[in-house]
Structure formats: C-alpha cells, structure tokens
Design a protein around this ligand. Sequence first.
Ligand code: MLT
Length: 404
Amino acid sequence: MFKINEEYLKLPGSYLFSTVARKQREFEAAHPDKKVIRLSIGDVTQPLVPAVIDALKKATEEMAHKETFRGYAPDLGYDFLREAICKNDFHARGVQMDTDEIFVSDGAKSDCGNIGDIFSVDNRVAVCDPVYPVYVDTNAMAGRAGNYDAFTEKWTNLIYMPCMQENGFAPELPKEEPDIIYLCFPNNPTGATVTKAQLQTWVDYALRIGAVIIYDAAYEAYISEDDVPHSIYECDGAKACAIEMRSFSKCAGFTGVRLGYTVVPKELMQDGVSLNALWARRHGTKFNGAPYIIQRAGEAVYTPEGKRQTREQIAYYMNNARIIREGLAKAGYSVSGGINAPYIWMKTPDGLTSWEFFDRLLEEANVVGTPGSGFGPSGEGYLRLTAFGTLENTLEAIERISKM
Ligand code: MLT
C-alpha cells in the first residue's frame, strides 16, 4: 500500500495568498455592486514593455519556421540569456560571475521551493519572521521544519529571527546555530533593507559557522538608496557561502510569463562536493528549460530600450508606493517600507489583529491587503499593501482607507 508524504498533513490551512484570494472572491460574490481593489498579492498590473513584446513576437515568428524553430531549451538556460545576466546584473556591479554559475528557471518561486532538494533533511533552517511563506512551507513539506505548534504559530525545528519595529525589521544573528539561512532583501513582506555592511555581517557569520545563505533578491530593481546591496555577491566571501535567486516577475512584469534564475557559485562547496554541480544535476533531471521565446523576452530586458522601459515601469510602481506610504501616514497610520521595495508594511490600528483589520478594510473600504500574521507570528498586528496596482486604483484605495 502506498504512503503519502505525511509532512503535508502538518501544514496549517491553505497557502496564504490562496486564502486571501478566496476571501476576496466570497466578498465579491456577496457584494456584486462593490468595486474591490486588490493590493494583496504582489502581482503586476502594467503590460510588458514594448522591447519585451517585440522580442516575444520575433521569437514566436522564429518558432513558425523549420529553419529557426527550437525544441527543448538547454536545461540550464540559453547562453545568450546567461551572458546578458552575467554582464548586466553582476559584471556591471563589479562582481565576477561566470555563465555556468547562472541557472535559468521559470521563476524565483519555483527555485525557492526546489533548492531544498540539494540539502539534507537534517539541516537546521533559520528564517526571518515575518517571511515569504514559500521558504517555510517548502521546508515543512520536506520534513525539515518539525511540527507546527498552533499555539505559538511556529514550526518546532525552525529557527525564527524576529524582524520587528525595534530592530528596524532587520534580523539579528540567531542564538541557535543554523545550517541554512534564508534572507530576502529588499524584504518581502516588510519592505525593509540592510546596508552592505549589515549584509557582510551575515556572510561572515555563515562562513564562520559553515552555513549556507539562500538569498532572495527578487526585489533588487526597486532599490533607490545607495549603500543597499543589489546582490549578496557584493559582499566579500559570499561566493563561498551563498546562493542567490532573482526574478523577472517584479523587475520586468513577467508574473504571467515566468522567468527567473538562481546563482550557485562554483566556489560553494561542502565536504569536497560542489553545490553548483548538485544543482545542475537537479535542474537537468527535473526541469526541461524555460521556453525559448520567454528567454528571448528576458534577454530584451537587458537591451538599452528594455532597461529604459522597465526602469519607467518600476518608477510607476514606486510612485504608487509613495502615494500609499504618504497617504497612510497622513491618515495617522504607522507605516514602513515602500522606499526600496514595492511593499508597504502598516501597523493595524486600535489593537486589531491582522485578520480583523483585513476584514475591516475589505468590508469598509473594499480594499484587499495581506494580513501580516500570514507571514509569521511577528507579523501579527500588521498588514501588507502592494504598490503593484494601477495608479487610479492606488489613489482610490488610499482615499477610501483615509476616510475609514
Ligand atoms: C507576494 O505577494 O508575496 C508575491 O507576489 C508572491 C510571489 O512572488 O510568489
């Protein structure tokens, strides 16, 4: 008789964003006359930029002719894209990187979830609290998180690093020693960042204790301040202890077309084993490559027009972030984030829990946010709003919330 992976049975409820979407659907069904504004999941609303659309059209046309048609993509990614990534995302920032350290994928979410495949289930994992739920849930699925304690709302084997107002929403080195450390900067959900010196502390710590850092840099394109690192490899020694993930979803609006990449440096070794080789083995076995036309679209992001157009798009979203931040602050809310990230982290008023405030916002302002407690126990008492809406909806949402 077959057995299921019982670790799945330990997962509480459904995936955070599925629960939020279900609540929105139920509200809309009950109130068909109301216009609900969604500022919950970080999904983009602006169309792909012209340079990307042109590349998609051209690549699609190539697929229509036997001379230029392509079948399976190379499983680690086409060289044209890996070279563009190396040159623009790393060499341009003074970071040495080889194309065979870049693994192209269908998005950072899959990579975040899959990276655990190359690590033993015995590793102790440290996560920020609050945190992007994919890191926690996928480690739980793999059996690395222990049991879920409904009282503390924590997994028994995970090491939680609280990110609170008191520490500027930046994690401190944990008291218990982890083997794997997940970091995400600019941060989802709080929008906080760390300086290069702060990140160097983490790299030094990981090197000292023999831990690996899984660094999620999905929001790096939103950095506006100097001294905020765009890549962990800007820190000395990071190539010997860190894996970095990047996404085209947020920097170029690819949420619906899917493209991302993971960097596994060749210097990253454990017991004489190269993690680069392990990830190549895993990727080659379980993944058949991101589609050719999408990789061509990704390449177009790095052209001069692509860069200019995506920069304009990011500025559009960051203007929304400013409107949310300033509008909520003016209405008396305590807010942070939204300066180097498209997320605004607001304190709930009147001592409401995150879900109570979520319900109130939905019912009274018809605006959907994401409850902070869904990202971890230290997110209780907060709500996350995204800047990825349209300008019109963002203005309307803030006006409605201000009137509440
Ligand atoms: C979020 O809202 O946190 C993200 O959009 C989710 C994701 O990127 O998977």
